[in-house]
Design a protein around this ligand. Structure first.
Ligand code: 13P
Length: 363
C-alpha cells in the first residue's frame, strides 16, 4: 500500500481545525438558513407568503437582525447561494452582519438529490462538477465552511448497499475538495425518519451509514479534525407506534456514534429532521447528559427547529418582524442551554411543541 501524498500543509490543517472548533465553541451551534428557493416556496406557502426573492430576503433579515443575545448561541450560519449576496434594508451585506458578530459564515454547496437508478426510490446528491472553483469563490466572498446533504431512506430493504456506498463516497469527495480550498466541510448523511421503523432499526441503519461514511473519509484522505458531522439523531420513524423517552433516544444515538465516528472529529451538530422545536431541544439536552463517554462536542445545526415559530409569527407582515426575531432568539437561547446539557424547561405545548414534520423532506 502506498503512503498518503501530502495534500494539506500543517498551516492549512491548523486553520481548518481552528475554524471547526470556533463554530462549535461551548454553548454554540449552527443556524441552517440554507433552504433552497424550492424549499422556501414550501415554507412561505405555509404562512401565505409568495415566494419572491424579496420575500426570501425579508425573511432571512428577520433571523440575521437578531441582537447580540445570539452571539453566544450561534457559532455558524449556513447560507443558500442567493442569500450570501443579499443585503439588509439599510444596504449592509448579510455576510458582513453575521461576520461582524464573530459568527462563521457557511454555504450549502450541493445541488440537491437525484434518483439512483435501479434502486427503490433512493438518491444520491449532485454538485461535484465545478465544486472546487465554487469553493474558492465562496471563500473569497466570506464563507469558511460548507454543507453537503445526502439522504438515505429506511424501509425493509433500504438503504441499499449501493446508496450507502455512493452517498458515503460523494460526501468524502466533497469534503476533500472543500478542504483543498480552506473550507471546513459539514458532512450530512441524513437518514429520513419517514417510516414506521423502531429505534433499534434506526440505530442499526445509522451505524451502517456512518461507518461507510468514515471509511470513505479515510479512503479520500480527509483531515477529520477539520470537519464536522451533521447526522440525524437516532429516533423512531414518524409512524412508529412505540414511544421512546429522550434518554432512550440519547442512548441509541450516542451508542451509534461511539461505534462509528472517530474521536478525531471535533463536533457533531445534529439536524432536527422534522422534530418540533421543543422536542429537538429536549433530545439535544438528553444527548449531552447521556452517561456514556462522548469524545465530541454535541450541538445543533437546526433549520426547522430554530425557525418554525419565527416563520409562523412573521406571516409576511412588517409589524410582526420584531416578534418573529424574538421567537428565533428564544430558540437559539434554549438550544444553547441544551447543547451544554443545561436545559431544564421542556413543557412547551404552544407553537414550539408542534411537529414540523413533512415526509421526504428535501432541502
Ligand atoms: P432541519 O433541522 O430542518 O432538519 O434542517 C437542517 C438541515 O440543514 C438539513 O439539511
Amino acid at each position: 500500500m502506498t503512503h498518503q501524498f501530502p495534500a494539506l500543509s500543517a498551516a492549512q490543517k491548523k486553520d481548518l481545525h481552528e475554524t471547526a472548533l470556533r463554530i462549535i465553541s461551548p454553548g454554540k451551534g449552527i443556524l441552517a438558513a440554507d433552504e433552497s428557493v424550492g424549499l422556501m416556496a414550501k415554507r412561505l406557502a405555509q404562512v401565505g407568503v409568495e415566494n419572491t426573492e424579496e420575500h426570501r430576503r425579508q425573511y432571512r433579515q428577520i433571523l440575521f437582525s437578531a441582537d447580540d443575545r445570539i452571539n453566544s448561541c450561534i457559532g455558524g450560519v449556513i447560507f443558500f447561494h442567493e442569500t450570501l449576496y443579499q443585503h439588509s434594508d439599510t444596504g449592509v451585506p448579510f455576510v458582513k452582519i453575521i461576520k461582524d458578530r464573530g459568527i462563521m459564515v457557511g454555504v450549502k454547496v450541493d445541488k440537491g438529490v437525484i434518483p439512483l437508478a435501479g434502486t427503490c426510490g433512493e438518491t444520491t446528491t449532485q454538485g461535484l462538477d465545478g465544486l472546487s472553483d465554487r469553493c474558492a469563490q465562496y471563500k473569497k466572498d466570506g464563507a469558511v465552511f460548507a454543507k453537503w446533504r445526502c439522504v438515505l431512506k429506511i424501509s425493509d430493504t433500504n438503504p441499499s448497499k449501493l446508496a450507502i456506498a455512493e452517498n458515503a463516497n460523494v460526501l468524502a469527495r466533497y469534503s476533500s475538495i472543500c478542504q483543498q480550498n480552506g473550507i471546513v466541510p459539514i458532512i450530512e448523511p441524513e437518514i429520513l425518519p419517514d417510516g414506521d421503523e423502531d429505534l433499534k432499526r434506526c440505530q442499526y441503519v445509522t451505524e451502517k451509514v456512518l461507518s461507510a461514511v468514515y471509511k470513505a473519509m479515510s479512503d479520500h484522505h480527509v483531515y477529520l479534525e477539520g470537519t464536522l458531522l451533521k447526522p440525524n439523531m437516532v429516533t423512531p420513524g414518524h409512524s412508529c407506534s412505540t414511544k421512546y423517552t429522550p434518554e432512550e433516544v440519547a442512548m441509541a444515538t450516542i451508542t451509534a456514534l461511539r461505534r462509528t465516528v472517530p474521536p478525531a472529529v471535533p463536533g457533531v451538530a445534529f439536524l432536527s429532521g422534522g422534530q418540533s422545536e421543543e422536542e429537538a431541544s429536549i433530545h439535544l439536552n438528553a444527548l449531552n447528559n447521556c452517561p456514556l463517554v462522548k469524545p465530541w462536542t454535541l450541538t445543533f445545526s437546526y433549520g426547522r427547529a430554530l425557525q418554525a415559530s419565527a416563520l409562523k409569527t412573521w406571516r409576511g407582515h412588517k409589524e410582526n418582524e420584531n416578534a418573529a426575531t424574538e421567537q428565533f432568539i428564544k430558540r437559539a437561547e434554549v438550544n444553547s442551554l441544551a447543547c451544554q446539557g443545561k436545559y431544564t424547561g421542556g413543557n412547551d405545548s404552544g407553537e414550539a411543541g408542534q411537529q414540523v414534520y413533512g415526509s421526504s423532506h428535501a432541502y
